[in-house]
Design a protein around this ligand. Structure first.
Ligand SMILES: [Zn+2]
Length: 161
């Protein structure tokens, strides 16, 4: 079971949809519920959500529509942001994500974010880039071509304009 799947997948950037669709269908064989808690946030919302002032390029990926925050439920236990990293790993969800190239926020240095999954590394490889900063520039250019601004996705444009 996945909460509001089509609506949530619809918010993603088109380039991200196939990867998350595959990931969700794989983990559905053993996860009772995938609860998508966030797809698109503006950068300002991310800073507020994480209660930090310093800019962090990781959070931009919700602006670009290439990241999903989710909880999972297995046997009546809901895995959330506050759960420890090892508990998330034991569910099997993380190895399935990483086999697909999906990056897990639980491995972020300094600010592990267990509910966060994104396809930054997949896109860095796909577009022959060197790091997340180059990816951000690349995605900004894509958004300028598509929407005439740097808001990254149609969904964020809809929310903002
Ligand atoms: Zn996130």
């Amino acid at each position: 079971m996945i909460t509001d799947l089509n609506n949530n997948l619809g918010k993603l950037n088109d380039i991200a949809k196939p990867y998350f669709t595959k990931f969700f269908s794989e983990i559905q064989s053993y996860v009772d519920e995938i609860i998508i808690t966030g797809v698109i946030y503006s950068y300002a919302d991310s800073v507020k959500l994480h209660n930090k002032d310093s800019r962090n390029p990781i959070w931009n990926f919700h602006e670009f529509g290439i990241a999903v925050d989710l909880n999972i439920r297995i046997n009546n236990r809901r895995f959330v942001k506050a759960d420890i990293i090892d508990d998330w790993i034991k569910t099997g969800v993380i190895s399935d994500a990483e086999e697909l190239g999906i990056r897990w926020g639980g491995r972020f240095n300094g600010y592990p974010d267990c509910v966060h999954f994104d396809i930054a590394n997949i896109l860095i490889k796909k577009y022959n880039l060197n790091n997340v900063y180059e990816l951000i520039s690349y995605l900004e250019d894509m958004a300028k071509n598509e929407f005439g601004n740097n808001l990254m996705t149609a969904e964020l444009n809809r929310l903002t304009l």
